[in-house]
Design a protein around this ligand. Structure first.
Ligand code: SAH
Length: 368
């Protein structure tokens, strides 16, 4: 993996300050000790952060007032400041633009459904994968997010939901790594964050691993490594076409790991975790929506994954300056029919957040 400057390019901007959510249990105890605090205080802080969703030491009223300032300065430095919230879909979708400590901007999107509440989070500021149809891909990679910057997007959304800031009070049930960035190119921090999102309180936010989806362009070795972590998250692979020729341009990292290598890795993931893999396919008019591609997609997926696969078709969201468009509905319907004909389950993803530039592939924090 050392020959991958594209995937593992060095962050450009400043390293975020270490935060409570970067630490594991031993680290929390050590950090408390550094402040002259006994072990039970570390546990109290974990209950505050992961249980009460509180990241402001001044509000931690079970701590002696005299130590709150020190605890705040050492363990809860401000990581992200909301620049603005924008809602649409009758208030059921809310995008938040965050400014990080070094001025870096990032976005997350909360979507409410009758049966679940899903947060779409970012794993990197910008993205180095350069997929030509994706807004984030056009700006390149700013930097990797730290573990705490990933976890805190989830904490903040869970708190906003709990407090009724986004409709009726509710509970955050699902998290998808489908915002900005390529999660598996920020592997260590993303896996660390996933553990903290899924561990039960007081070590984490207690969201079921099955309700967490990690979406990737298809970094095959990293998919295999993720399979071996023993966290049964849902894997989504952004395939977008079943043939290498077109995929080399739609998902440039395909030049490094081909469709077959990606599907073999996905198979390993399904075998190891017992989890069905999702295949993401942005349907682009006259580019990847031909009937023969639907047939080939169905055949390849059936051969590689059997029944352990589900195809999510995403109507393309045109991004500024792009010459591409979504496929007409009749073409989309025929595509679904043909994929299903091969024995592969296939549905069309609903598109939330379109009018606030929060739909799939539209996240690109362009303003200051
Ligand atoms: N880097 C990861 C996760 C980020 S994007 C990945 O590629 O999987 C989440 C999904 O949105 C991916 O499937 C991505 O290909 C898709 N997407 C990106 N731009 C899009 C657009 N303009 N229209 C529809 N889907 C898009």
């Amino acid at each position: 993996m050392s020959s991958l400057p594209l995937v593992f390019s060095a962050p450009k901007r400043g390293k975020p300050p270490t935060h409570f959510a970067d630490l594991d249990e031993a680290g929390r105890i050590a950090a408390a000790a550094d402040l002259g605090l006994p072990k039970f205080r570390a546990n109290q802080l974990a209950k505050q952060y992961y249980g009460r969703l509180n990241a402001d030491a001044a509000e931690m009223t079970d701590l002696p007032a005299g130590i709150r300032d020190d605890v705040g300065a050492a363990l809860f430095p401000p990581l992200m400041t909301p620049v603005r919230h924008i809602s649409c879909d009758e208030g059921t979708t809310r995008k938040t633009l965050w400014r990080l400590h070094d001025g870096t901007l990032l976005e997350s999107v909360l979507m409410r459904y009758p049966d679940r509440n899903t947060l779409c989070i970012s794993s990197q500021a910008g993205c180095g994968m350069a997929c030509p149809f994706c807004a984030t891909g056009q700006g390149g990679l700013d930097r990797n997010l730290s573990t705490a910057e990933i976890v805190d997007q989830v904490r903040a959304a869970a708190r906003a939901l709990r407090d009724g800031e986004v409709g009726e009070p509710g509970r955050l049930s699902n998290v998808v790594f489908m915002g900005m960035g390529e999660p598996l190119a920020n592997y260590k921090r993303v896996v660390d964050a996933v553990r903290k999102i899924t561990s039960p309180e007081p070590n984490g936010l207690g969201i079921s691993a099955r309700s967490v989806t990690v979406s990737t362009v298809g970094l095959a070795p990293a998919i295999r490594k993720l399979a071996d972590e023993g966290i049964p998250v849902t894997l989504a692979v952004s395939l977008h076409t079943p043939d290498d020729e077109l995929r080399d341009t739609l998902v440039p990292v395909n030049n490094r790991w081909s469709v077959q290598e990606v599907l073999d890795a996905a198979r390993y993931y399904a075998d190891t975790t017992g989890r069905r893999v999702s295949i993401e396919y942005a349907l682009i008019k006259n580019v990847n929506d031909q009937p023969w591609r639907a047939d080939l997609l169905g055949k390849k997926l059936r051969a590689a994954l059997g029944s352990m696969v589900h195809v999510n078709l995403i109507p393309l969201n045109p991004t500024p300056g792009s010459q591409w468009d979504a496929s007409p509905k009749d073409v989309e319907r025929e595509f679904v029919r043909r994929v299903r004909e091969q024995g592969v389950s296939c549905t069309v993803r609903d598109t939330r957040g379109q009018e606030i530039a929060a739909a799939c592939g539209q996240l690109a924090a362009e303003e200051g």
